[in-house]
Design a protein around this ligand. Structure first.
Ligand code: 1HE
Length: 256
């Protein structure tokens, strides 16, 4: 277990666990915390295929550190938002798959962080909220693109206008969570799913993460063509040969 000022992390073979430990501030995202998350992803050993991300102290992340935010000029604000975009893109497209085990606040930038991750598990304590309008600010960590695409722009407008809170079950229905589980069950499920994901063929995982998100940005005809290219690339890897052979031989596949 390696411990920084705001995070702690450990590796176990192909799976890493990253915990936000700014408990006294409900894991509010300060520049320091964001920098530690970036450094963690940048420094991941090659063998890590899945990251489990969670918060300690009963909360996932209460969003932008509002104390730090007060002091930012417009110019600094643009760079700050672009820095968030860079780190959130790194989480979504940087290589490993990330599974979020969520408790408590998944608010503002916390929801932006969660929606940059690929699998999201919510405990009953979870609150999804975009309260930026109530703070006199706006989302800047990617929510217009990521949250807007998950729940739809129309619902996101309403969510922001009214500042409403969605619980875990509602989040499940809307797609903000993929699983709603009992109290204390998010991390165990995250570990189970992480092991499954890590056992997939790496190229299959890579194309799931990259191709599906990118194709959804394309026109239909371009998307279908890109899908054919992706399919032909993945199915000509040695892992595809192994996966199909294992199925025919009625055994578990052994991927690279
Ligand atoms: C914070 C933050 C924060 C807590 N920045 N310090 N996010 C928000 O608008 C959410 C603001 N926070 C809350 O609504 C509540 O704190 C919670 C629902 C998350 C938790 O409530 P609770 O009763 O358990 O804790 P608390 O007493 O409100 O907070 C404990 C401490 O954490 C307290 O500090 P203290 O020094 O008085 O002990 C709070 O001030 C502090 N704290 N949340 C700074 N967010 C890229 S753009 C994204 C834009 C956004 O993310 S906007 C949404 C920001």
């Amino acid at each position: 277990m390696t411990k920084g000022a705001f995070t702690k992390f450990s590796y176990d073979g192909p799976i890493a666990e990253l915990a936000l430990i700014r408990e006294d501030k409900r894991n509010a995202m300060s520049d320091g915390l964001l920098a530690e998350i970036e450094a963690f992803y940048a420094g991941l050993p090659k063998q890590v295929r899945v990251v489990i991300l969670h918060g300690t102290g009963g909360h996932y992340c209460s969003g932008l550190d509002l104390v730090e935010h007060v002091a930012r000029s417009a110019e600094e604000g643009v760079y700050h938002s672009r820095n968030w975009h860079r780190v959130m893109d790194m989480i979504q497209f940087g290589g490993p798959v990330t599974v979020s085990a969520m408790t408590g606040a998944v608010i503002g930038g916390g929801l932006e962080l969660a929606t940059a991750t690929h699998v999201r598990i919510a405990e009953p304590s979870v609150i999804f909220q975009l309260p930026e309008g109530r703070r006199g600010i706006f989302v800047g960590g990617g929510a217009t693109v990521r949250v807007g695409r998950i729940i739809g722009p129309d619902r996101m407008v309403e969510m922001m206008l009214t500042g409403r809170k969605y619980d875990a079950e509602e989040g499940l229905r809307l797609g903000l969570a993929h699983y709603a589980v009992g109290e204390g069950d998010a991390l165990p499920l995250a570990r189970k799913l992480a092991a499954k994901i890590a056992a997939n063929a790496p190229m299959s995982n890579y194309f799931m993460v990259h191709a599906i998100a990118r194709i959804s940005d394309m026109a239909r005809a371009d998307g279908l063509f890109a899908e054919s290219l992706a399919a032909s690339l993945v199915q000509t890897t040695p892992d595809a040969t192994e996966g199909l052979k294992a199925f025919l031989e009625k055994r578990e596949p052994k991927f690279r």
